[in-house]
Structure formats: C-alpha cells, structure tokens
Design a protein. Structure first.
Length: 117
C-alpha cells in the first residue's frame, strides 16, 4: 500500500530555515509528479511547489526565491527547503501525488510548520 510520510516540520523564528521531507513507501517515486501543499489556519489548502518527473519546478508566487523543491529518486524522497521563513508561512504542509502506486490523489498526513515573529 502506497504511503507518503512527511517530516521536518517544527517551530522556527522568522528568517529561519526548515527542510521538509516526503518519503514514499509501497511504490517508487521515479516518474511521478509531486506537489507540496500548505494549509494555513482558517484558509484553504494551496499548492506551494511542484516538481515534475524530469525535475522541472513551479512555485506559488509568495514562496518564489525562498523555497526550493527537489527530489532524490534513489531515496524515494521529495524535499522542500524553506529559507527566509515568514509568519505567514505557518501552516500544515502536505505532500501529494495525483497518481502513484496505482492510486489517485494520494496525500501524506502533514507536518506542522510554525514561524514566530
């Protein structure tokens, strides 16, 4: 059974950095487009970064220049490096795949990121 497991969240001061990881089990990451979403308190979930199977990336405007999405297919892991964090980056971060391991719309459990001012 395919699973996505996020880790790396925590509490950080504004201006700090965190690196989130999303590890795939039960399937292989290679060939899969992966997304990182964020859900801030009281707001809808939004995609913040996307990486194609070939490594092409897209970012939401508010994180451009601060966040970097990457993948290591040998480790079955996708990363989100977050620098220059702001209080408005606070939220639960989820990794997601539209289709992986024969399943549609697969989500991780989320990891909390809290940025204090």
């Amino acid at each position: 059974q395919v699973q996505l497991v996020e880790s790396g969240g925590g509490l950080v001061q504004a201006g700090g950095s965190l690196r989130l990881s999303c590890t795939v089990s039960g399937s292989i990451l290679g060939g899969i487009l992966m997304n990182w979403y964020r859900q801030a308190p009281g707001k809808q979930r939004e995609v913040v970064a996307r990486i194609s199977s070939g490594g092409n990336t897209i970012y939401e405007d508010s994180v451009k220049g601060r966040f970097t999405i990457s993948r290591d297919n040998t480790k079955n892991t996708v990363y989100l490096q977050m620098n220059s964090l702001k209080p408005e980056d606070t939220g639960v971060y989820y990794c997601q795949a539209d289709r992986i391991g024969g399943k549609n719309d697969v989500w991780g459990q989320g990891t909390q990121v809290t940025v204090s001012s």
